[in-house]
Design a protein around this ligand. Sequence first.
Ligand code: SAM
Length: 230
Amino acid sequence: MLQFDILTIFPEMFPGYLNESIIGRAQKKKLVKINQHNFRDYATDKHKTVDDSPYGGGPGMVLKVEPIYRCLQKITRAKKKKRKIILLTPQGKTFDQPMARRLAKLDQLVLICGRYEGFDERVRSLVDEQVSVGDYVLTGGELPAMTIVDAVTRLVPGVVGEEASLVEETFAKKGYIEYPQYTRPEKFKCKIRQQKAEILKTPEILLSGDHRKIKEWRGKQAGKKSCRRK
Ligand code: SAM
């Protein structure tokens, strides 16, 4: 079973998303375990301080190294063969599907969520990897942590009902984009961007019942990233 341990000062942000749907069911089926740890609990002063102003001056507050260190000491005490400690930072390596596949093979994945101006530089020495979810800056590492838990969990064997959906989906292979999908109604009348009415039709081939031809059509449609993105 893959165990996630998320270090955050906002643990209450997680259950609403992670306890629902596929990720919620994966936890119930004990395919993954998701723990949140408030590293404020590991601060030793009476105000439970986790941040302080930066040495040398500058804006905002910086997360202190000691509470994160103490929390890591506790949650990495158990012997695990395959464990990674990841620091979430916009400065890290960009998260992608190959990385998700690699992380899905672990026994324990520890994710550290920064806040404010980030963390004391020495936190970087405590981790195995630094990971970003994209070239933009969020207010905290909680959304990146949820993104990684979600993308990694659905790759754990048994989590996604039909394994075929993982084989045929976007990024299953390098540069692969899934073929277009349609469902009822067959024809849909609408005004696109408030212009004149149009009928959007399902391609005839998908209604033909000819599975060989449908497979061929899907094969031709898949992998066209450039024409599917505006
Ligand atoms: N001062 C930092 C900098 O310039 O690199 C940014 C700090 S950001 C406001 C606060 C925290 O949010 C970061 O420490 C990190 O944990 C998280 N964060 C923000 N953007 C992120 C991203 N793109 N990927 C991963 N984590 C991110």
